[in-house]
Each structure stands twice: as structure tokens, then as C-alpha cells.
Write a protein that binds this ligand. Structure first.
Ligand SMILES: Cc1cc2nc3c(=O)[nH]c(=O)nc-3n(C[C@H](O)[C@H](O)[C@H](O)COP(=O)(O)OP(=O)(O)OC[C@H]3O[C@@H](n4cnc5c(N)ncnc54)[C@H](O)[C@@H]3O)c2cc1C
Length: 311
């Protein structure tokens, strides 16, 4: 793959004291699916200042970049990623209670950490994120959710940084939310952006409600109904309109256990494709195509991927 990074930019990255940089870093180490070739550089920024400098320098040298959260909803190609993969470090990992009802979470806060915080503070609303791996930034970008709802229902405002390092605050009503998607208002939509924090509206628990018990029950239910552990990236396909979920359609097409190399359709929940150990990204891509084709033949329904393919 042709490199996108100018050597002067690489030299600047090496000199930077504010950034943690790893060149040719295999993405299989940073995705829950455990596949993916190297990024030209993986860069961890711990502060807004360091992040702004990084994207400004990247713009100056014309180096492309992408953001990675916990890597629990992505499939990185075997060829790897041209340019930078940016990760937000500890400086974006804080949770602050702003009032009795609003909680600010930095984008690198894990959804599970936010859930535990809400349970401790006796705040309802976290149920939407219960059992979803990954970061709040990733959850926001994918409008993540469960049967309890979507994160868009509890977002009040979003804090962003654009590709020139400028910060923006966007209120949730300005965002166009979709099924596993969000689109920024016109003014910001043209540029790549980094979510740096989110204001969430939660509400006090009702009298006698035990959030701790509720949270434990939600996690237990998920562990019974879907596979759990490494080698997963959540549901691979979006649920199509209509009565049958993507998982039900894949199951009906007789595809549980079907595989390409070490990438297989889970026998617990057919919308989960699992890395049995040594799968490559190309195995997952071929499996996704075959599954979608077999479902189309069996039901006439076209499945769309939910997992994001990063190139
Ligand atoms: C076992 C398992 C169960 C799952 N269950 C669910 C579920 O019930 N519901 C659900 O919705 N999802 C589910 N997922 C998918 C995934 O966990 C969620 O989508 C999660 O919110 C992704 O967060 P992440 O930090 O891992 O994002 P990543 O996978 O790292 O990134 C996802 C996308 O968001 C972008 N992104 C990430 N962070 C930022 C940021 N700060 N700024 C800008 N862009 C960013 C990335 O570029 C990428 O396009 C599941 C995954 C697994 C492995």
C-alpha cells in the first residue's frame, strides 16, 4: 500500500512529547475482532491541545486520519490503514456530574464505566447502553443502542473537534439521528470530526427502584442471548425494516455455523460473526458477502452491514 505520511510529518510525530506514537501498528491488536493490518501510525492524544496540534499538522502535510475508539464495531482490512489512526487517551476519560441530571462523559470513557457511574449516582437512562462494549465516542457516532433505546435519546449535547483543531458544541436536536448513524448539521458536516465529549441527560431513579439489580439482570440476559468474549464485533448487519431481524433471517437461511476460514456465523446469535482464532479480514469480508447473498436468495431481503469497514 502506498504510504500517505510525509517523512517530515513522521519526524514531527517522533519528536512530539505530547503524543504517544507507534508506527506500523497492527490493528488486530486494537480491534475486538482481532483482525486488521497495520496503520501507518497509531497516535494517542491525551489532551485537547495535543489533539488540536496533531490534526493541524496532519492537515498541513495532507495526511489522512481516522479515529478509533475501543475498536468494537470495526473491521480493518488486511492491507491496513493509510495515514493515522487517532485514539483519545486518558485526558478524554473523565466523567463529571454537571447537575443532578446531566452527566458529562469524555469520548474515551467506556460505556460500561458510564453505566456503573449512573448506577452509583442512582440515575436512570444508562440502561440504553447496558452491555454495549466500546467508548461513548464510538457509541455516539454509531447511535448505539439496545432494546431499551438508542443513545440519541439521552444525548443533550456533543463536543467536537474539527480537522483544523477548532472545538464545537452541538445540541442534540441539531443532529440528524438514524439507525446506527448520526449526521452533523451542514456547517460541520463537510469536515471529518472527532467527538471529544458528550453531555447526557439522565434522571433520578424512582422510589424503591434498584438500579444495581436492574443492571445485573440486563447483563445476565445479554450473556444468555448472544456470544460474549473476544473475537466479536457486535451485530454485523443492520436489522432491515419488517418483522424479522437480521439474525432471524440469517438463521432462517440455515447459516448458523457457516464459515469462511476461521470466520464463522455464531451458533448462539446468527448476526454475530466470530473469529475462531486465526481469521483474516478477507475471511470476514467474504463471509459477509456470502451471508448477504444467501439471505437475499432465501428471503429477497438485502442486508446492509452494521460493522464499519476501515481502510
Ligand atoms: C459483544 C458485542 C456486543 C455488542 N452489542 C451492541 C449493541 O447491543 N448495540 C450496539 O449499538 N452496538 C453493539 N456492539 C458494537 C459496538 O460495541 C458499539 O457500536 C460501540 O458503541 C462502538 O464503540 P467503539 O468505541 O468500540 O467504536 P469503534 O469500533 O472504535 O469505532 C466505531 C466507529 O466510530 C468512529 N469513532 C469512534 N470513536 C470516535 C470519536 N471519538 N470521534 C469520531 N469518531 C469516532 C470510528 O471511526 C468508527 O467509524 C457490540 C459489540 C460487541 C463486540
Amino acid at each position: 500500500m502506498k504510504k500517505a505520511m510525509h517523512r517530515d510529518f513522521a519526524a514531527w510525530l517522533i519528536k512530539s512529547k505530547a503524543l504517544c506514537v507507534r508506527f506500523d501498528e497492527p490493528m488486530s491488536r486494537h480491534t475486538t475482532l482481532g483482525v486488521g493490518g497495520p496503520a501507518e501510525a497509531l497516535v494517542i492524544a491525551d489532551s485537547k491541545k495535543a489533539l488540536a496540534e496533531l490534526v493541524q499538522k496532519a492537515a498541513q502535510f495532507g495526511c489522512p486520519w481516522q479515529v478509533l475508539g475501543h475498536g468494537s464495531n470495526v473491521l480493518v482490512a488486511d492491507e491496513g490503514i493509510r495515514g493515522l489512526v487517532i485514539r483519545l487517551g486518558k485526558g478524554f476519560g473523565r466523567i463529571r456530574d454537571i447537575s443532578g441530571k446531566t452527566v458529562f462523559a469524555g469520548a474515551s470513557v467506556r460505556s460500561a464505566t458510564l453505566c456503573r457511574h449512573a448506577v452509583r449516582q442512582n440515575l436512570n437512562g444508562f440502561q440504553i447502553l447496558a452491555g454495549i462494549p466500546g467508548t461513548i465516542g464510538g457509541a455516539l457516532v454509531g447511535n448505539a443502542g439496545t432494546s431499551a433505546g438508542h443513545i440519541s435519546e439521552i444525548v443533550r449535547e456533543v463536543y467536537l473537534m474539527d480537522s483544523l483543531g477548532a472545538e464545537h458544541k452541538i445540541v442534540a436536536s441539531q443532529i440528524r439521528w438514524g439507525y446506527r448513524s448520526m449526521a452533523l448539521p451542514e456547517a460541520q458536516a463537510q469536515k471529518p470530526f472527532i467527538v471529544i465529549g458528550v453531555g447526557l441527560g439522565l434522571c433520578p431513579a424512582k422510589n424503591g427502584q434498584s438500579l444495581e439489580k436492574e443492571y445485573a439482570l440486563l447483563l445476565e440476559r445479554r450473556k444468555k442471548s448472544q456470544p460474549w468474549g473476544p473475537g466479536l464485533a457486535g451485530c454485523f448487519f443492520k436489522n432491515p425494516p419488517g418483522p424479522l431481524s437480521a439474525g432471524a433471517l440469517i438463521d432462517k437461511a440455515g447459516l448458523k455455523g457457516f464459515g469462511v476460514g476461521d470466520a464463522v456465523v455464531s451458533s448462539v446469535h446468527a448476526n454475530f460473526l466470530v473469529n475462531r482464532g486465526n481469521a483474516r479480514a478477507s475471511d470476514f469480508i467474504e463471509l459477509m458477502e456470502k451471508v448477504a447473498e444467501r439471505v437475499r436468495q432465501a428471503s429477497g431481503i438485502s442486508l446492509e452491514p452494521e460493522v464499519r469497514v476501515l481502510l
